[in-house]
Design a protein around this ligand. Structure first.
Ligand SMILES: [Zn+2]
Ligand SMILES: [Zn+2]
Length: 211
């Protein structure tokens, strides 16, 4: 027959392209368009590529919780207000990642219990979930105690020890340059913003609100 062209969606920008134009990430093994990838210089193989997400994780490994961005945001807002309403898309932006499907479906995911890493983030910031609207996709936090906001904490953490001792055997020069990394960050931020906007327009998920 012929005529059928295998296509797939880039895992970062979401563009649908012919598989021939896509590459597999060395680390997560998913397909991405070449715009969303950088060469994996540590392999010495110029065709080996890493997706931007994996490249970012290699350059600054996650030493803190995925939800640290949410925690920081709530600590920051605490100085001005005692209630904060956050659309889920906004939380995606704050944590630099996507909320899991459970957050869209299960009221229980939003329970104020320190046994979950995500709830720990808002509880340690001194906030609790006050109202949840799964249908409209937002959550309202209420400040329950004051926690000092340390503006410099994250920055100093990143600069003083960006790499774990284990990764020392990778020569420093083989890591992506600072400029490349900041371009990468900017691109990821852009994509997140686009995706958040798209989601706001779609609002398609079928979750019932359970208060
Ligand atoms: Zn892409
Ligand atoms: Zn990857």
């Amino acid at each position: 027959m012929g005529g059928i062209t295998l296509k797939d969606e880039c895992g970062i920008c979401g563009r649908v392209l012919r598989v021939a134009y896509m590459r597999k990430c060395q680390r997560c093994k998913k397909l991405f368009c070449r715009d969303c990838m950088v060469p994996d210089v540590s392999t010495g193989d110029p065709t080996a590529m890493l997706c931007l997400h994996c490249a970012r994780r290699i350059v600054s490994p996650r030493t803190v919780s995925k939800y640290e961005g949410l925690e920081r945001h709530l600590k920051f807002r605490a100085a001005f207000t005692s209630t904060v309403k956050l659309p889920f898309a906004r939380i995606d932006g704050l944590i630099g990642s996507n909320l899991p499907m459970a957050a869209y479906r299960d009221t229980a995911w939003w329970s104020n219990t320190s046994s979950s890493a995500h709830a720990k983030a808002w509880l340690e910031a001194g906030w609790e979930v006050q109202e949840l609207n799964l249908k409209e996709g937002y959550v309202t936090f209420k400040k329950v105690r004051s926690v000092p906001f340390k503006k410099t904490k994250r920055r100093s953490l990143e600069i003083s020890k960006p790499f774990t001792p284990v990764s020392v055997h990778i020569p420093r020069s083989k890591l992506p340059s600072k400029t490349k990394v900041s371009k990468l960050y900017a691109r990821i931020k852009n994509l997140e913003r686009q995706r958040a906007t798209a989601r706001r327009q779609i609002r398609g998920f079928k979750a019932r609100p359970r208060h």
